[in-house]
Write a protein that binds this ligand. Structure first.
Ligand SMILES: NC(=O)c1ccc[n+]([C@@H]2O[C@H](COP(=O)([O-])OP(=O)(O)OC[C@H]3O[C@@H](n4cnc5c(N)ncnc54)[C@H](OP(=O)(O)O)[C@@H]3O)[C@@H](O)[C@H]2O)c1
Length: 326
């Protein structure tokens, strides 16, 4: 199995976020995603216990069961730690809301559910989906260590964590945290702007956790980028921005992406992903498309065949942000 340099996100599998049973069509769709991914050289799949309320894992697990020998050829990653509304969430103003739970009991129960739905005896990577303020990091670290020791997961990591939270969790455990999954894309540029807009008012408004890339560069968890295709806004999907200025900026960026794709002999999707991959921290994009054609369009990026020059990289950044760098 190759390294997890580019992953297929499975949040879109399994239909709606409802209690309807998984259909044969949804299993077929999961199978088509797997086949397209393998053909494009993509062998890692990103899940979470909550995606479509477990149905994404269920559909994928059934597709996996129909393909003997496939489990050994792919990497399976899932996440735990979020409770959806209606599944132990909290009531507020007459509505139920989600909450977090990284207690030993919940993490173990969640993992067991993921393994059953995915029809596998182990995950390659388990991520803690979001920080749970009520779980002591030492307790969570011991839980994650135990799951690796028991062979239920090969490696562990986190998602949406700050470097300080990573450090504190890591200090109380033996296994290395190998991943911090964070939103990174040409649209959600905080991942790169947090390190450049320091000491500016604009920088103070960046939500990306400062230092996560530097932590990766120093040997800490690799940053996996969720939302990496920017939901298609630069690779074929019409802008849905309500602000006309933002819509114009997106269209201009999409035109530049298309031109670069033509110049490099590749697809817009691979250009958008190559923009992430160009950073020395080796961000690993997670692409959430369920379209076999769009997965195929990621093949050049998956193979590392697209290399943007410095000038191209900066030009795309400045075009997408719609204004000069400080
Ligand atoms: N850790 C976290 O907190 C977290 C949060 C969100 C997501 N994730 C993970 O990251 C993965 C990717 O996230 P994402 O889905 O937000 O990001 P994405 O890959 O940027 O966007 C995928 C979405 O955009 C649509 N899309 C892409 N190109 C399109 C085009 N040209 N025209 C029309 N629609 C297009 C896809 O629809 P089609 O399916 O029709 O292509 C899909 O709905 C998820 O699957 C999940 O595994 C993690």
């Amino acid at each position: 199995m190759r390294r997890a340099d580019l992953l297929v996100g499975c949040m879109g599998l399994g239909g709606g976020w409802d209690a309807e049973p998984v259909t044969d069509e949804q299993v077929e769709q999961a199978g088509a995603v797997v086949e397209a991914a393998l053909a494009a050289g993509l062998t890692w799949f990103d899940h979470a216990d909550i995606y479509t309320r477990g149905k994404a894992e269920e559909a994928f697990g059934r597709a996996l069961a129909e393909r003997p020998g496939l489990r050994e050829r792919i990497g399976l990653q899932s996440k735990c730690g979020i409770l959806l509304p209606g599944e132990g969430g909290v009531m507020c103003s007459g509505e139920t809301h989600g909450r977090y739970d990284s207690s030993p009991e919940h993490v173990r129960r969640s993992l067991e559910g993921s393994l059953a739905r995915l029809r596998t005896d182990h995950l390659d990577v388990l991520l803690v989906h979001r920080p749970d303020p009520l779980t002591h990091p030492g307790e969570l670290g011991r839980t994650l260590d135990a799951l690796v020791a028991e062979g239920l997961v090969r490696q562990v990591g986190v998602s949406n964590h700050s470097p300080a939270q990573v450090d504190r969790l890591q200090a109380g455990m033996s296994e290395p945290l190998v991943v911090n999954q964070l939103e990174t894309s040409l649209a959600a540029r905080g991942w790169v702007e947090s390190g450049v807009l320091v000491n500016t008012d604009e920088g103070a408004r960046v939500g990306f956790p400062h230092g996560a890339l530097e932590q990766a560069l120093a040997g800490g968890p690799r940053v996996q980028g969720w939302g990496a295709l920017a939901q298609g806004r630069y690779s074929g999907r019409a802008s849905s921005a309500t602000d006309p200025l933002e819509a114009a900026r997106e269209e201009q960026t999409a035109r530049r992406v298309a031109a670069l794709a033509a110049e490099h002999g590749t697809t817009p999707e691979s250009i958008v992903l190559a923009w992430l991959q160009r950073h020395p921290a080796r961000v690993a994009p997670v692409v959430g498309t369920t379209s076999p054609q769009r997965i195929a369009a990621c093949a050049d990026a998956a193979a590392g065949r697209v290399h943007l020059s410095r000038a191209e990289w900066y030009e795309l950044w400045v075009t997408a942000r719609g204004g000069p760098l400080p």
